[in-house]
Design a binder for this molecule. Structure first.
Ligand code: AMP
Ligand code: TRP
Length: 347
């Protein structure tokens, strides 16, 4: 859907379609793996916060993709615990269960079911080209066939809800292309059954860099604890990490990611936290000290209400809210699944 109605309709609990797959309010779907790590500043600014913002203008469905997490070896119980933790974080950052649907992938069986149909219209060669598969299969000793077919489950996740918009990070671009290709192929074989989704890759804040090595993306696998700010950090820890952030030797505050990656990263973070623009922010500073202090303060302010909600949300409340989301998700998913079965013409 190309038009953004900007509608603030609160009636997102019902299916807002006027005919098959034509959403009145555009539908957003995204998924996040429950990995057990607390999200870092890059995850928040580059992904989670966009989902929260999209709730204003679109009908949001957000899924904790636990089946995807099983594509690499896990200990019994590990994925379940991480799922509860991820749900708590998502609610705390502002995914509103009244407005959006928040649920766990494995609880809605249609995801696995539709994934099979998607596999049947996906070519082996298409999957073999996926760079994420190549990277992950080189890094792991045991390479499951699920790791290979992963993009077909992801395509199923998306088309199961007649999704228009998929907000993702740049690393998911290729997977979104495959989701589009296979849904188009399905439609050309079986009729106009599936909505072909579009990727929404945010540019602002899409690459928050490591505070200690600003040439690398902030990442959970970083060697340096000082380089990564997470939602689990205390205010003192956040202040200390920004104070020790790597900048450069000339004391000139300018937004120039190529020649001044450290300073530019601070300006990007400050701009993202204050919802202003890094170039304008640069005009307010002549020294690194105050820039670091203000950036730390802005991040602390941004994280404070989230951390408070994280502490308040108990397991029973989170579980109950996921149950509500699950029922609403299943209702939509079963409709699309039925449409697919009919189009294919099964007995
Ligand atoms: P990951 O932790 O790599 O699974 O990423 C989860 C989400 O956060 C994805 O949408 C990523 O694109 C996004 N993300 C991860 N690291 C960063 C970063 N340093 N800057 C901006 N976005 C990021
Ligand atoms: N593959 C995505 C990631 O690793 C997670 C994901 C699974 C997803 N299904 C999805 C994202 C559907 C968007 C839409 O980040």
């Amino acid at each position: 859907m190309s038009t953004d109605s900007g509608s603030t309709s609160t009636d997102t609990g019902s299916v807002s379609t006027d005919s098959v797959g034509a959403n009145i309010v555009p539908r957003t779907f995204s998924g996040i793996q429950p990995t057990g790590d607390v999200p870092h500043l890059g995850n928040y600014i580059g992904a989670l916060r966009n989902w929260v913002d999209l709730q204003e203008s679109t009908d949001g469905i957000y899924c904790i993709v636990d089946l995807h997490a099983l594509s690499v070896p896990r200990e019994p119980g590990e994925v379940g615990r991480a799922t509860l933790q991820m749900a708590r974080v998502m609610l705390a950052v502002g995914i509103d269960p009244q407005r959006s649907i928040l649920f766990v992938q494995s609880r809605v069986r249609e995801h696995s079911e539709l994934a099979w149909f998607m596999q049947c219209v996906t070519a082996f060669g298409e999957l073999r080209r996926m760079t994420q598969f190549k990277d992950k299969s080189e890094a792991n000793e045991f390479v499951s066939s699920a790791l290979f077919t992963y993009p077909t489950l992801m395509a199923a996740d998306i088309v199961l809800y007649d999704t228009d918009i998929v907000p993702v990070g740049d690393d998911q671009r290729q997977h979104l292309e495959i989701a589009r290709d296979v849904s188009q192929r399905f439609n050309s074989r079986f009729g106009e059954v599936l909505v072909v989704p579009e990727a929404r890759i945010a540019e602002v804040g899409a690459r928050i860099m490591d505070l200690q090595s600003p040439g690398n993306k902030m990442s959970k696998s970083s060697d340096s604890i000082l380089g990564t700010v997470t939602l689990a950090d205390t205010e003192d820890e956040i202040a200390r990490k920004f104070k020790r952030a790597v900048t450069d030797n000339d004391a000139d505050v300018r937004f120039d990611p190529v020649t001044k990656p450290g300073v530019s990263n601070l300006l990007s973070i400050l701009g993202a936290a204050k919802r202003t623009d890094p170039v304008t922010e640069a005009e307010n500073y002549t020294q690194y000290g105050p820039l670091k202090a203000d950036t730390a303060e802005a991040v602390i302010e941004m994280f404070r209400p989230i951390q408070k909600r994280m502490a308040e949300l108990d397991d029973a409340t989170v579980t109950e809210l996921l149950g509500v989301g699950e029922d609403r998700a299943r209702e939509k998913a079963s409709e699309v699944m039925e449409r697919v079965r009919r189009a294919v013409g099964l007995f």
